[in-house]
Design a protein around this ligand. Structure first.
Ligand code: TRP
Length: 443
């Protein structure tokens, strides 16, 4: 009876559209915009894209479906889902929970930077043609300003899980994601009209066998897993709000296709413009906060384009940030039977505390290093190279060998199910172990 009542209370996505927008919102983030296009250009162009697509279909889709399946079957967040398989497995849920604190600690700092750039372009506090490397360096090195921007970003992410799955998370993604896609199309098409835009397209797409090595394959795999938000229980949590009859294969296919198209479009938005003004392509903070402002400085209506780009980047980071927060919120809410609002406040406060040293890694704490890494870099390295692959390996082993997921929750095609379980049990775990060794610099 008690169980039934708690089941009844569990929120559900109100439509298939809402679920796809939410998972797409989680997947599309900084990974698509500031990493994918550059990594593709550096690692063999179209060949990299092909490899990335193949790896996504044959490797990444397996843990992706596995997470959704676990959530759909258990209808719980990560900790309780693992606990329901076996009490002793709750540790694996806690490991995902820990990851969901590690990632926001650096991700939200960058989110704060996007907020700062929105202010700069919106109010014109710095003239567009004076925004430079020094603008970024001076800002990031301050003790207070970047922290305030990070807190604003954290607060904006937290509002939605605080309001609930339907009224908060779902509404945010239903509105933001279509808007994001329209803005992306607009900027990508505009970029193509610039002089020499073809050079940027060549950088991204030209197949280059020389740059295509074994390392490329593992880089593509790591990128695919991160960008699809696999390895932390985001999809377990979002999958737990699915109705029993929802078709997760169809949603995952749409998610994978949509996410890939968006990553490629992000490159089409960025590189033609970068090459058109003879700037150097790069990845990460340098690309979006230093190189692109130079593009906006040279463009007519630069302030408008700059503002639009940073709003777009903010939207991408925001919807991913919401999904990152929801993992830990859903987990402790059911584990300790507290209200959603209290869970949100607790998790936001914990993340806020850890955000202080990551933010200060660019200023007051820049000199403090462990293994030659700043606190920001340690959090990023531990999450991306250790926790995410480890969680994914554990997920595949536990679900494949112990839980043995119900076929009817996935498909009614026996052949498909057999291929899926074969990949899950025998192929994906060793491949992920290889990826983890690579991330640790051991292969
Ligand atoms: N996928 C997002 C990006 O590309 C980041 C992200 C959100 C993520 N949730 C995640 C990464 C869970 C790993 C695990 O930016």
């Amino acid at each position: 009876m008690a169980v039934e009542r708690s089941m009844a209370k569990r929120p559900n996505w109100s439509s298939g559209f809402a679920f796809i927008m939410a998972t797409l919102g989680s997947a599309v983030g900084l990974g698509n915009i500031w990493r994918f296009p550059y990594v593709m250009g550096q690692n063999g162009g179209a060949l990299f894209l092909l490899m990335y697509i193949l790896l996504t279909i044959f490797i990444c889709s397996v843990p992706l479906l596995c997470e959704l399946l676990l959530g759909k079957q258990m209808r719980r967040g990560v900790i309780r889902s693992y606990e329901k398989i076996n009490k002793k497995f709750s540790i694996f849920g806690w490991l995902c929970f820990a990851t969901s604190i590690f990632i926001p600690c650096f991700y939200f700092v960058v989110g704060g930077w996007t907020v700062n750039y929105i202010f700069i372009y919106l109010f014109g506090t710095i003239p567009v043609n004076e925004i430079s490397q020094a603008t970024f360096d001076t800002f990031a090195a301050q003790p207070v300003a970047p922290l305030i921007m990070g807190i604003i970003f954290l607060f904006l992410c937290a509002i939605f899980p605080f309001r609930g799955v339907n009224k908060g998370i779902e509404q945010a993604n239903n509105i933001i994601m279509p808007l994001f896609i329209i803005m992306l199309f607009f900027l990508a098409v505009t970029g193509l009209f610039l002089d020499n835009s073809i050079e940027g397209l060549k950088f991204m797409f030209q197949p280059n066998v020389e740059n295509f090595t074994f390392k490329t394959v593992l880089t593509a795999l790591g990128q695919a897993l991160f960008t699809l938000s696999v390895g932390m229980g985001c999809l377990v949590t979002y999958g737990s709000y699915l109705k029993k009859d929802s078709d997760i294969i169809k949603s995952s296919t749409l998610l994978i296709i949509g996410n890939t198209i968006i990553a490629v479009l992000a490159g089409i938005m960025i590189f033609p413009a970068v090459f058109s003004f003879n700037l150097e392509p790069s990845a990460g903070a340098g690309l979006v906060f230093i190189t692109l402002p130079k593009v906006f400085a040279a463009l007519p209506f630069g302030q408008f384009f700059g503002l639009m780009f940073f709003v777009l980047l903010f939207f991408a980071a925001l919807t991913s940030g919401i999904s990152l927060l929801e993992v830990s919120i859903a987990a402790i809410l059911e584990k300790f039977k507290i209200s959603r609002k209290i869970a949100t406040v607790i998790m936001s406060s914990i993340i806020l505390i850890f955000m202080v040293p990551t933010t200060w890694s660019f200023g007051p704490l820049a000199g403090y290093k462990l293994f030659n890494m700043t606190f920001f870099e340690i959090m990023d390295f531990t999450a991306s190279n250790i926790l995410l692959p480890l969680n994914t390996i554990i997920l595949c082993v536990v679900v494949g060998w112990i839980l043995k997921p119900k076929m009817e929750l996935l498909t009614n095609n026996k052949k498909f199910y057999d291929v899926f379980t074969f990949l899950l049990k025998f192929i994906v775990p060793p491949v992920l172990i290889l990826l983890m060794l690579f991330g640790l610099g051991l292969v």
